[in-house]
Design a protein around this ligand. Structure first.
Ligand SMILES: [Zn+2]
Length: 173
């Protein structure tokens, strides 16, 4: 039987709050509520909950493409108040789109014997898509929860879900 973990991507103030540095837009509110429900479900099923959090240095080269955001130690890099991690949840900082790129994530999942990831968070076409891709390359099963994802670009959101499903073999529900 597969062992699942809930992976919560970038539910951070700079993306989710209207005054954040890289606010994804008005869909953020619904995503917070939907992700909150999934976190509660995961806790009741005793699945591990893994928060993956954009954590940039001040002069991160990603800021050549995007405005500065989620700088380490700033309030914008914090998980939103509604979804705060509990003691025992895992927190994985990342600097790039993929949660697997030069992070502790793969080792953390292996230590927990996880072989299936349930993916929620933002943005669908950026961190979620590239995390799903790397997870599939590493043979993890992945389920993506459509209502728990969003992007500042609606067309890119839809494209990414289709790409996950049709190219990567992700179960999109
Ligand atoms: Zn970033």
């Amino acid at each position: 039987m597969s062992k699942k973990a809930l992976m919560v991507i970038d539910m951070l103030r700079d993306f989710i709050e209207p005054d954040g540095r890289l606010y994804i837009g008005t869909t953020a509110k619904n995503v917070v509520e939907a992700v909150g429900r999934e976190i509660e479900k995961a806790r009741s099923c005793q699945w591990p909950i893994i928060y993956v959090c954009d954590t940039h240095s001040e002069d991160d080269s990603e800021f050549r493409m995007f405005p500065s955001h989620c700088v380490m130690g700033t309030p914008g890099a914090d998980v939103v108040d509604e979804l705060k991690p509990h003691p025992g949840d895992k927190i994985i900082p990342k600097r790039r789109y993929s949660a697997f790129f030069q992070t502790d994530l793969d080792l953390t999942l292996r230590e927990l014997d996880i072989d299936e990831i349930v993916l929620v968070g933002v943005c669908t076409n950026i961190c979620n898509l590239y995390t799903a891709a790397d997870a599939r390359m590493l043979n993890y099963k992945v389920t993506a929860l459509r209502d728990c994802m969003s992007s500042f670009d609606e067309a890119a959101h839809e494209f990414a879900l289709k790409e996950m499903e049709q190219t990567l073999g992700v179960t999109v529900v």
